[in-house]
Ligand binder design. Sequence first.
Ligand code: CP
Ligand code: NVA
Length: 308
Amino acid sequence: MLKPIKLSSKNFLSSLDTSCEEFFHILEMAKNFKNKDLNIKFKEKVLGLIFDKSSTRTRVSFQVAMSRLGGTTVDLNPNTSQIGRGEPIRDTARVLSRYCDVLAIRTFKQTDLEEYAKWSSKPVINALTDLEHPCQALADYMTIKEEFVDFKNVVLAFIGDGNNVANSLILCGALLGVEVRIACPKGYEPNSLLIDKAYEIYENKNLLKITNDPYTAVLGANVLYTDVWSSMGEENQKDEKEKVFNGFTIDSDLVTKANKDAIILHCLPAYRSKEITNSVIESKQSRVFEQAENRMHAQQALLSCLLL
Ligand code: CP
Ligand code: NVA
C-alpha cells in the first residue's frame, strides 16, 4: 500500500518546498485517497487554521481532509482571538504549536508566514499569501494529470493577473517541466524573483513565457486557467484593474483558439463576465469543480506526509 513519505522540508510555505519526486508522490497519494484505495489515520492529531483572509474551499477542504485522516481541526478567527489584537506572531506560533500538530495559515505577507514557521515547532502550511498559493497548485496539477495522464504535452496558459496563483503555477511548472505561458497586461506580471527562480529550475528555458497577448498564449494550449483580477487585499484597485484587464477575459472566442482538447481551470471564487464568461465556466471543457474537489484530496495527502 502507498505510504506517506517524510518530506525534505518541515514546512510547505512555497511550491518549491517539495522536490519533483515528492510532488509526484503527493499527487499519487491524493489520487488514491480520492479513489478510496488508501486509508491512513492520524488519530488525535490536530490541525490549527489561522485565516486572516476569507476562505471557503481552503478552509473546508482542510477541515474535511483532517477529519478523513481521523484528526480534528481548530479554526482560529483572528478577530476573536488575540491575533487580531496584535499579539506577536512569534508568541502565537510558539503557543499554538504546543497545542496543534500542524498549522495552515492564510495571510497577506509571505514574510509573516515565514515568521510563523520560524517560531512554530510544528509544520506550517501556506493556505495562501499575497505571493503564493501552493496548495491550490497541488490540486491544479492533480486535475491536469487526471485529464492528460502525464505532463509531457501539457501547455498551460494562464490569462489574467500575475498573482499568487500564477506564481505557484509557474513554480510547479518549473518543477514538473510543464510549459507555462502567462498572458497579463503590462505591469501585472508575476513576481520577478519567482520568475527568475523558475528559469533557474527549468531545464528548457523556452517552457516559460510571459506575454501581454492572450491570443498568443492560448495557441496550442490544452489548459486555460484564470483567476480574479483583484485579489483579496486589492479591493481598492478593483475599478482600475477592471479597465486595465479589459481583453483578458476567457470567453468562447479565446477558447476556440486553444487546442480542441483544452480544459478550463479557475481556482474560484470566480467573477463571471470579468475574468471568465458564464458560458465558459459552465461549458463541457470546464473542470473547475473537479479542481475544487481535488483541493481536499491533495491536502489530505499533504497533511499525511507532514504529520509523519
Ligand atoms: N481557491 C481558494 O483558495 O478558494 P477559497 O478562497 O474559497 O479558499
Ligand atoms: N488570487 C486570489 C485567489 C483566491 C483563492 C486571491 O488572492 O484573492
